[in-house]
Design a protein around this ligand. Structure first.
Ligand code: FAD
Ligand code: NDP
Length: 626
């Protein structure tokens, strides 16, 4: 071989060695190769940094490939080295990630601890029988249940502040920034409506005195929440559950690092670990979103009156917040990207939209925010939200709406980012809001690790179900503890989970939406019974004139079995109504059972026992009086 060629070979070999030695994770790749793309995605999802070169785009790519073949006997790409060790191609690297080999190579000290811990497995010498990460609805329920079964339990709860600095106490989303303050603000708005009703009930002076004080409402609600935070802490202490107000992160199997708010750290071990870390609101990733916008995490303790508010989003959180803000007298606009209440019965969703428009909430259809700017600092200040709207004609135009507050309610993502699940070989899919895939018994890949509540991937649940709900997290947590620490085999049942959207007119639902029922059973096999009714309490209230006929209910029935497979009610107190009917639905109630049930007169709920008009008949649905 000519001397120049030898020199070339030597320099290529040195180059390859340099790539391998200089980079913790080195990928020799080709830009068009699907396996190269796959492994890069997997490493990115696992938060593992890598360095890659595309051999097909380099002048000396062919020479490097030959050198790699010499060195590794592997002829294909990707060709991957971790900490100088040759791992192999895509599949071998995925396997190494799953088995923990990659984590061990990247973090040798932790790996050593892991092996020590594995030896200890037989000694049963963990600090706790169970560690629960997250002291929200699911985590508290699970930890208390486990403790009541005689186990040594530790629960960690730590709240990272929002971009504008809001934080809160023990109890998770429901108590602090979810169901509880939301329902109380919904009540504040209903009281406003009752005050409007009062004039026709003879209370005219009440109507004249009508004013709403935001600070007073926030003060009352926050003081109640603080009492609940205190109650949860004392409850844990009295039951003997150890509570750590620290952020938990995996450092190896069974072992967590805890960091408290002063930055002090310690390590604890658990024989079993339950991840119950819930979720946090997303931001749209537009200019000014985190600086000037807020989310539901800020709203319920906002120290100033939000004033005119634009709500971005059109699902549960958006519609509920928009509803109560309007109800307490604030001007509200809603930016809807596509449809209202995705996943819900769309006829019911449209009716909610119609009702909210009729009471004065302004909807901007097919609208997305593109930039948020501050016109005037203040509490509240003046903001300008630039948006892009697609008109019915298909034309797209850009404009802006000025307001005092922008509330982003565009969905939530699981708090898995900093949990270091990759250190125990668990990889999180970014595409599904960073949620954790579990099996039906809530376990994740390894036998000692489980997940419950909002952080669990909905793909494991029945199709079309919206299950980020407090009672779901609580029941999943309790049942899991019983399966782990007593002889229970009872699994969480995700079917017929009821839900209510607390919009100005409440909407309760159980079972199938009409769309899902058609898909599952086919149109010809179902019958839809429906009725439009006037709540008696509204019938003498002049201010409700344009909405009083908007209450509506429907039952979707499987013609073959006569079973009611879908229950929907839009009316005052729909939450209270729906809860009762859920028992009947679980027991497999038929339309005949509904018909044979004697109603309670005069209530909205009785309408479900008297529905006789079918959609297919085309007969009128409105009903007034007895
Ligand atoms: P969470 O309650 O969110 O608890 C998780 C806890 O873990 C949090 O305190 C979090 O800070 C903590 N945490 C996270 N990571 C770590 C870590 N690494 N270390 C330590 N701690 C950590 N549901 C209903 O049923 N009815 C309603 O009316 C209703 N209204 C809602 C209104 C709003 C505005 C929102 C946002 C939600 C609402 N929900 C409602 C949903 C309900 O709040 C959630 O489904 C429920 O709280 C989920 O419980 P969880 O235990 O999974 O998580
Ligand atoms: P969802 O994920 O249900 O809805 C997100 C909404 O934001 C959708 O309307 C979506 O539109 C829209 N959106 C998403 N991204 C953007 C964007 N970039 N720009 C504009 N709009 C956007 O989230 P929620 O936060 O409303 O609710 C989360 C869960 O919390 C619910 O599923 C529910 O289980 C629970 N919850 C329960 C309540 C109750 O029981 N009463 C009350 C509140 C919450 P699109 O449809 O186009 O995707």
């Amino acid at each position: 071989m000519p001397p120049t060629k030898d020199a070339d070979k030597k320099s290529i070999a040195e180059l390859v060695d340099k790539y391998i030695n200089d980079n913790n994770v080195m990928i020799f790749s080709k830009s068009w190769c699907p396996f190269c793309k796959k492994i890069k995605q997997a490493l990115t999802s696992a938060n593992i940094d890598f360095y890659s070169i595309e051999l097909d785009q380099m002048d000396n790519g062919e020479l490097i490939l030959n050198e790699l073949i010499n060195k590794t006997k592997q002829e294909t790409v990707p060709n991957i080295f971790i900490k100088k060790e040759h791992i192999g191609g895509c599949d071998k690297t995925l396997e190494a990630m799953k088995s923990g080999r990659v984590a061990a190579l990247l973090n040798p000290t932790e790996s050593k601890m892991k092996h020590q811990k594995t030896d200890n497995d037989h000694l049963d010498s963990y600090d706790y029988d169970l560690i629960v990460i997250g002291g929200g609805s699911g985590g508290l329920a699970c930890s208390k249940e486990a403790q009541s079964l005689g186990k040594k339990v530790c629960v960690l709860d730590f709240v990272k502040p929002t971009p504008i600095g809001t934080t809160w106490g023990l109890g998770g989303t429901c108590v602090n920034v979810g169901c509880i303050p939301k329902k109380l603000m919904h009540q504040a708005s209903l009281i406003g409506e009752y005050v409007n009703d009062s004039i026709d009930y003879g209370w005219s002076k009440l109507e004249q005195a009508r004013q709403h004080d935001w600070s007073k409402m926030i003060g009352s609600i926050q003081s109640y929440i603080r009492s609940l935070n205190f109650k949860y802490r004392t409850d844990l202490r009295s039951k003997g559950v150890v509570y750590e107000n620290s952020y938990g992160q995996f450092i190896s199997p069974h072992r967590l690092k805890l960091t408290d708010k002063k930055g002090q750290t310690k390590e604890i071990t658990g024989k079993n670990i339950v991840v119950a870390i819930g979720g946090r609101p997303k931001y749209p990733d537009i200019e000014g979103d985190k600086k000037y916008g807020i989310t539901s995490d800020d709203l319920f303790s906002l120290e100033y009156d939000p004033g005119k508010t634009i709500v971005v989003g059109a699902s549960y959180v958006a519609l509920e917040c928009a509803g109560f803000l309007h109800g307490i007298g604030r001007q509200v606009h809603i930016f809807v990207r596509s449809i209202l209440l995705r996943g819900f019965d769309q006829q019911m969703a449209t009716r909610i939209g119609d009702y909210m428009s009729a009471i004065g909430i302004q909807f901007h259809q097919q609208t997305i925010p593109i930039r948020l700017e501050c016109l005037e600092e203040g509490k509240p200040g003046k903001l300008r939200l630039h948006y892009r709207q697609t008109l019915e004609s298909g034309e797209i135009y850009e404009s802006y709406e000025d307001c005092n507050t922008v509330l982003f309610a565009i969905g939530r993502e699981a708090c898995t980012h900093d949990l270091n699940l990759n250190k125990i070989g668990i990889h999180i899919n970014k595409t599904n809001s960073f949620k954790i895939k579990t099996k039906q018994e809530q376990s994740i890949d390894v036998p000692w690790l489980y997940a419950i509540g909002d952080c669990v991937d909905e793909q494991n649940m029945p199709p079309g179900k919206m299950l980020e709900l407090t009672p779901v997290a609580i029941q999943a947590g309790q049942l899991l503890a019983r399966r782990l620490f007593s002889n229970s085999t009872i699994m969480m049942d995700y079917y017929n989970v009821p839900t209510t959207v607390f919009t100005p007119i409440e909407y309760g639902a159980i079972g199938y939406s009409e769309e899902d029922a058609i898909t599952q059973f086919h149109q010809e096999n179902i019958e839809v019974y429906h009725s439009e009714f006037v709540p008696l309490e509204w019938s003498i209230c002049h201010h409700r004139e344009n909405v009083k006929t908007m209450s509506y209910c429907k039952l979707i029935v499987d013609k073959k079995t006569d079973r009611v497979i879908g229950f929907h009610v839009l009316s005052p107190n729909a939450g209270e109504i729906t809860q009762g009917y859920t028992v009947a639905m679980r027991l497999g109630a038929t339309k005949h059972d509904f018909d044979m049930t004697v109603g309670i007169h005069p209530t909205c709920s009785e309408n479900l026992t008297t529905i006789s008009v079918t959609k297919s008949s085309g007969d009128a649905v409105s009903k007034e009086g007895c």
